[in-house]
Write a protein that binds this ligand. Structure first.
Ligand SMILES: Cc1ncc(C[n+]2csc(CCOP(=O)(O)OP(=O)(O)O)c2C)c(N)n1
Length: 320
């Protein structure tokens, strides 16, 4: 268990690189038809999950929607177990039975990976309720997209979280689109955080392209929750560079908008900050990037060489 302040920023930059290089490889393998089903990439949004992880302890719970590769990697699930899951192999973090949208790793307190929009928000309340019931000072981080905030389960969950004063942080990763629908077309509010105000839940907005801003803001939120359990809501303004999923050409947005966000890239930004402060040389950056690329490449080899789940296990995790 490492408190946030002790997490080295260079280590967190490396984590962002690992996430990016892993997903670039995943994209390549998807195109080569090694990965079946859906595959949603997080590229562009890396500062949100890494900032949140840097603000919390290892034993805090984390739960998210289907854009989940980064959350597992950030939490410490190995790239091998993640890539093997994408390949549907027995060595995957969900034993090859979950695929891209259902990463799960109890050992690292990562509770999924959920495909149904907003269905995991009440589950986050369950995790937080368990912590409060057991008098543990753990915080639950619940990530979801802007598309989730108009779902019934989201509202029911926020209401209960407020009533029961649950130690949960609802983190809306607002990447401006829910599939091809822009947030202005789907949400009646001008300010997403007003959703939280409706339930008397304190809220704030963070620059989701800026690792330090996410980490520092969330650190304060986490500290206040540990002292006195209560829910909080954070809107992280971010952007995904790729389409909604691998099969989406993203024709609903302009090239100019994409380029504008690329200029604000979270990896480039943290690299520049660290370089300016004399904490990172170009050589060190290249070394970190090379290592991240190597881990991603080796994860593909690992996944290729792993066995598929045996046929007799097909119904092992099926609930009727
Ligand atoms: C209840 C439900 N309705 C519809 C879908 C189909 N669907 C999959 S992703 C998605 C958009 C969600 O967008 P958002 O929550 O903003 O997350 P993002 O993809 O931007 O990360 C929809 C409508 C679903 N999975 N679940």
């Amino acid at each position: 268990m490492q408190p946030a302040e002790q997490r080295d920023e260079v280590e967190m930059l490396w984590l962002m690189l690992l996430i990016r290089r892993f997903e670039e490889r995943a994209s390549q393998q998807y195109q080569a038809q090694k990965i079946g089903g859906f595959c949603h990439l997080y590229i562009g949004q890396e500062a949100v999950v890494t900032g949140a992880i840097a603000a919390t302890r290892f034993d805090d719970y984390i739960i998210t929607a289907y854009r989940d590769h980064a959350h597992a990697l950030a939490r410490g699930t190995s790239a091998n177990a993640c890539m093997a899951e994408l390949f549907g192999k027995d060595t995957g973090c969900s034993r090859g039975l979950g695929g891209s949208m259902h990463f799960f790793d109890k050992e690292h307190h990562m509770y999924g990976g959920h495909a149904i929009v907003a269905a995991h928000v009440p589950l986050a309340c369950g995790l937080a309720f368990a912590c409060k019931y057991r008098s543990e000072d753990r915080v639950t981080l619940c990530f979801f997209g802007d598309g989730a905030i108009n779902q019934g389960s989201f509202h029911e969950a926020l209401n209960l979280a407020a009533l029961f004063k649950l130690p949960v942080i609802f983190i809306c990763e607002n990447n401006l689109f829910a599939m091809g629908t822009s947030v202005e077309r789907s949400t009646s509010l001008k300010q997403i955080i007003d959703r939280a105000e409706g339930y008397d839940i304190p809220s704030c907005v963070v620059d989701g392209m800026n690792f330090r801003h996410v980490r520092d803001t969330l650190s304060e939120v986490v500290e206040s929750i540990r002292k006195d359990p209560h829910p909080a809501f954070v809107e992280a303004r971010t952007y995904r560079y790729r389409g909604h999923s691998m099969s989406d050409p993203a024709s609903y947005r302009t090239k100019e908008q994409l380029e504008q966000y690329r200029l604000d890239d979270p990896i480039t930004r943290l690299r520049a900050q660290l370089t300016r402060e004399g904490k990172l040389s170009n050589e060190k950056f290249d070394e970190l990037d090379k290592e991240a690329k190597q881990i991603a490449l080796e994860s593909v080899k690992f996944a290729e060489q792993s066995d598929e789940p045996p046929l007799e296990k097909l119904y092992d995790y099926t609930y009727v």
